[in-house]
Design a protein around this ligand. Sequence first.
Ligand code: DGL
Length: 307
Amino acid sequence: MTAAAAFDGTTSGPHTETASAAPSIPKVSSAHAPVGIFDSGLGGLSVLRAVRAQLPGESIVYVADSLYAPYGERDDDFIADRTLAIGQWLVEQGAKVLVVACNTATAQSIALVRERLPIPLIGVEPGVKPAALQSKTRVAGVLATQVTLRSARFQDLLQRYAADCRFLCQPGHGLVQAVERCDVGSAELRALLQNYLQPMLDAGADTLVLGCTHYPFLDAAIRDIVGDRLTLIDTSVAIARQLERVLDQQGLRTASGTGPALAPRFFSTSDGTHLQQLAETLLDLAAPVERVHIPSRRTAAPDPQAV
Ligand code: DGL
């Protein structure tokens, strides 16, 4: 069972921020403009899937920064630099709102990006609040990147909601890389997951927070290991609802009806093969992927980590 996160969009829910205008980028306010969605790579497709289901009339521009994924292995300045550059690029493409569909980028850079972009932002945070609300054993696991787990934002979330619930926080080393390769079920991946999940089961956890947008694509592999002993908390539906509220509040919702969802425009900073493959196999979405070069201060020089 996968619990729809009970987010209310105020505290631990998807974070919404309206930015002050940056001098160099004109403000966009047309309801016909696209929704920009960005992730370090393919994980944001789990958010895109929920947005298309909730808001089928909205056109979407999706950017995967796969050349520089995983962000969870990067330093804070690098993550902020890329998030800002991609946000600015999406504004230049006419995006009316930006969904930072990456817990790691939200944790490290939402405050900075909020100051610089002239459009509303929606960030994502691990579903600690809904986990605390629904755990019966009062023990819950959190799988997220190391950067997310050590961030001040996440520590603050824990402090607010973990008073009477024990959270076992496990960095998901290797999981983002697996999804980026379109591996959602290999023996190696299952062994990694087993290592991460068994201690949670042994400690009596009944709830698992998927604190990275890549992880919902591992739900079948996770389910094979934990059966129905853990309720999975995936915040993508709550994020889509929050996006809907923001569009309504700002008068930016498209007037298009509720017919079949429009095909998104996909961009990748890498060759896009895996983005296309994952969109096709897991989202049933056959759309071309355009390769895009989005320069930023930290990537001006060739990146030794980039593949
Ligand atoms: N999807 C990103 C997140 O939600 C993955 C981060 C990474 O690239 O390590 O955190």
